[in-house]
Every structure is written in C-alpha cells, then in structure tokens.
Design a protein around this ligand. Sequence first.
Ligand SMILES: [Zn+2]
Length: 227
Amino acid sequence: MSVAIAPDRAQVERMVRSILERRGVGLLNGAPAVQAAPKVIVNISARHCHLTQDDVDVLFGAGYQLTEMKRLYQDTDFAANETVAVVGPRQRMIPGVRILGPCRKFSQVELAFTDAISLGIDVPVKLSGDIEGTPGCLLIGPKGSLVLPKGVIRAERHVHMGPRDAAYHGVQHLDRMNMRVESPCPSMLEGLLVRVHPDWKLEVHIDTDEANCCDLTHASRVELTRA
Ligand SMILES: [Zn+2]
C-alpha cells in the first residue's frame, strides 16, 4: 500500500524545508536507560528509521556515508547524526527522525502510535523487517526526497538476548515474555517477543508510548518472566 501525497510534492518539500530551517530540528533518541535486577536493561526506542544505502544516496547525495553520533547498547548499531523528515498523507510531518546505522537491505520507519496518529497513518504492529503490505510515507532529506512505498511500522515490543540469557530464562527465539514494571504507574507489559542472537546483550526495547504508559523513567524495578 502506498501513501497518497495529495498536492504537488515539490511544494510540500519546500514547505517542510522552511519549517525545518526555522526549528533547528533534533528529536529524542538515546532516551534514558533503566537498569533493574538482574541486569535487565530497558531502552526506549524513540521514532527512528533504517535506510538502504540507495535511499541515503537520494536523501543526502550520491555516495554519502552516515556518520555516527552514538553507539547503541547493541553495539553493532549506531544512532547517526543524520535525520530525515517523515511526511504522511495530508502533509502532516515529523521532522528530525533519527536514522540508525549501518544501512540495511530495506528501508523502514518505526513510529509510536502517537507519532503515526499525528501523521495520519494507520500503522500496523510488526516485527522489525516484516514490512510486506505496510503503509509508506514521504521522506525528505537535505538533498532530496523519496516516496517509501512501504515500511512504516510500530515495532513490536521485544527483548534481545544471547543464548545464555535465553537458557537462564528458559526461553527460545520467538517465545514470549512478560515484563512487570514497578513505578508510579505499575504495569505489566505482556507478550514481548524474544529475539536471540549470539552477539546480543539482554535488552528490552519498548517505544515511547509504552514507556510513558508505565512511567519507565521513574521505575524502581523491572522483572521479566516467561509468558
Ligand atoms: Zn530492538
């Protein structure tokens, strides 16, 4: 499914650029990490995108290489200095959406429901990479823009871990776990998808809506259990 961008694209692009210039951009990402016994790290995934090198070429100029702002906790990945504007139908726009590197084989935009609603996109909850049939959007970078025909998702809540953590918790790749958060808004987040890879450290990824819902920033304790 592709997004219908109503009026003249060049016109939208000019409008968005002028807004960006006024705002100086720069949105979240690298939100606070909460540590709880035993060594469960919960990180908040603010809205972000992954891009192919081809799409980076279009948005930032041919041959452009993303530059690293900060290594992520899973240190194969980094938050780039570069950002793009994400535009939905009816020209609603979110500027300064962080790019995570390195480049991937597909481009994907990960939004919280709050973001998607503000853009006017009915976004499905998907495992990262599962983008067949998902909505698209318009991306605008400093050197160009492109219509992403698909790839806008709300990433399914998940927990990364290595084989030893999986053994400790008695779970396997693609099993489900629950996470209880003790905080001023105590909550149980259910059905976190388990993702096991030899290179991964134990880390839960939830988005900004989920983190705000359970007041993760003020959590005193987080506990993972098998679903
Ligand atoms: Zn993740």
